[in-house]
Design a binder for this molecule. Structure first.
Ligand code: 6PG
Length: 472
């Protein structure tokens, strides 16, 4: 019977939880997984639910009401293309394929054209919130034709997280815009996580135990830093290892993994000549963390001060709070700058207020201060940099002294704070009316006759000097 409202291919945990979410909102859902036993077990595990388990792709497609809505939740890259290729002969023109994975936005653009040319409709949707978000309400970033969004809107709005009654989903823009914004979301996620880790490293050097850190992060989560990542960090510090009784965090090896979205964000930032130094530092920190053997060897060769911080604990908590919050503002300012720049470049018509608004709930970077970011862009859609919104300018002005002290203290103790430092470096560069690039231009002109502009002549007028010859 062709009466399911929605179909999903790929029953890994995210897929399963999305299916349960959609079903719980009153929709009948068909499911298909390449390994049929996974489908059978999933359907059997949820008796009484409006689920249709299909044994073949043909059966799956036939079970869907027209226009068919098929969401693909498989690994990004080749597997997405493979599923699409096998669906094409089975679908009718006008049917909708939704890719809900972490696809590279250029792949989404290619698929948008490919499927559009064949008469199908395609949505590339970033879905954030992990397993729990998928089940209870994720933040969804769909890109594709507005007319296709209109068809998908009721389902997406009903399954998404809600903040103040507003669904955490909006039509981001055409083509790859949705996956692009999800990519930047992930870059910002990398930044947030690294900043928290740097705060942790400083606290460790000041003698904080995991139990004490659990309390610090819990109290931060009751204040202006309230966010999902601060909340889970508090829980992590409280977690004991059942085997040894020790704090679990102390037993986890310090090598970070990554699946690619952070790296893609950096590549795109360079292509757009946008500075995202905090996110850059976060990606590089993961890379350095993975060089465990080299680090262990170098730790006995390369010298530095003893990693001990002797600042009174309560005072340090306040200072690190300010450094963390200031750096976080910078990270979002950079990520949003990249979105604005790319959006303009691609004529995507992106609305930063709407993007910030759908990040307030459901997603990994959800945070109280996204309300303030949303407000800043609702007040001034043309804001050139988040730092210049009065609310954030005031915060940064208030935080900057402690921010500097924390970075200086950590640096003097030999504790790496690459994301804190990169953030402050951006802040200080951005607010410098004069930078030393005059010297740089002179150097370029010296060795390559690249010419320079002068401070005492109109902009655009180029000069060259016959520099002395250098021998040797
Ligand atoms: C989300 C997460 C999710 C995933 C990341 C992790 O928004 O729900 O970002 O998409 O956890 O892909 O990426 P790394 O493995 O690169 O840390």
């Amino acid at each position: 019977m062709s009466n399911s409202d929605f179909g999903l291919i790929g029953l890994a945990v995210m897929g399963q939880n999305l299916v349960l979410n959609v079903e719980s909102r009153g929709f009948q859902v068909s499911v298909y997984n390449r390994t049929t036993t996974v489908t059978d077990e999933f359907v059997a595990a949820h008796p009484g639910k409006k689920l249709v388990g299909a044994k073949s792709l043909e059966e799956f497609v036939q079970s869907l009401a027209s226009p068919r809505k098929v969401m693909i939740m498989v690994k990004a890259g080749g597997p997405v293309d493979a599923v699409i290729e096998s669906l094409i002969p089975l679908l009718d023109k006008g049917d909708i394929i939704i890719d809900g994975g972490n696809s590279l936005y250029t792949d989404t653009e290619r698929r948008d054209k490919w499927l559009g040319d064949l008469g199908f409709r395609f949505i590339g949707a970033g879905v954030s919130g992990g397993e729990e978000g998928a089940r209870k309400g994720p933040s969804i970033m769909p890109g594709g034709p507005a007319s296709t969004w209109d068809v998908m809107k009721p389902i997406f709005e009903s399954i998404s997280a809600k903040v103040d009654g507003e669904p955490c989903v909006t039509h981001i823009g055409p083509g790859g815009a949705g996956h692009y914004v999800k990519m930047i979301h992930n870059g910002i996620e990398y930044g947030d996580m690294q900043l928290i880790c740097e705060a942790y490293n400083i606290f460790k050097a000041a003698g904080f135990t995991p139990a004490e850190l659990g309390e610090v992060f819990t109290s931060w989560n009751d204040g202006d830093l309230e966010s999902y990542l601060i909340q889970i960090t508090a829980e992590i510090f409280k977690q004991k290892d059942p085997e040894t009784g020790a704090a679990l965090v102390d037993l986890i090896l310090d090598t970070a993994g990554q699946k690619g979205t952070g790296k893609w964000t950096l590549i795109n930032a360079v292509e757009n000549a946008v500075v995202i130094s905090t996110i850059n530092a976060a990606v590089e920190a993961r890379i350095l963390s993975s060089m465990k053997d080299q680090r262990v060897a170098a730790s006995t060769i390369l010298q530095g001060p003893k990693a001990i911080i002797s600042v009174e604990k309560q005072e340090l908590v306040k200072k690190v709070h300010d450094a963390l919050f200031a750096s976080k503002i910078i990270s979002y300012a950079q990520g949003l700058d990249l979105i604005a720049t790319m959006g303009a470049e691609k004529s995507w018509g992106l609305d930063l207020a709407k993007i910030a608004a759908i990040w307030r709930g459901g997603c990994i970077i959800r945070a109280r201060f996204l309300n303030d970011i949303t407000e800043a862009y609702r007040t001034d859609a043309t804001l050139s940099n988040l730092m210049l919104a009065p609310f954030f300018t005031n915060l940064l002005n208030g935080f900057q002294e402690n921010w500097r002290q924390v970075i200086a203290t950590a640096t003097l103790a030999g504790i790496p704070v690459p994301a804190f430092s990169a953030s402050l470096g951006y802040y200080d560069s951005y607010r410098s009316a004069v930078l030393p690039a005059n010297l740089l231009q002179a150097q370029r002109d010296f060795f390559g006759a690249h010419t320079y502009e002068r401070t005492d002549k109109p902009r655009g007028e180029m000069f060259h000097t016959d520099w002395p010859e250098v021998i040797g």
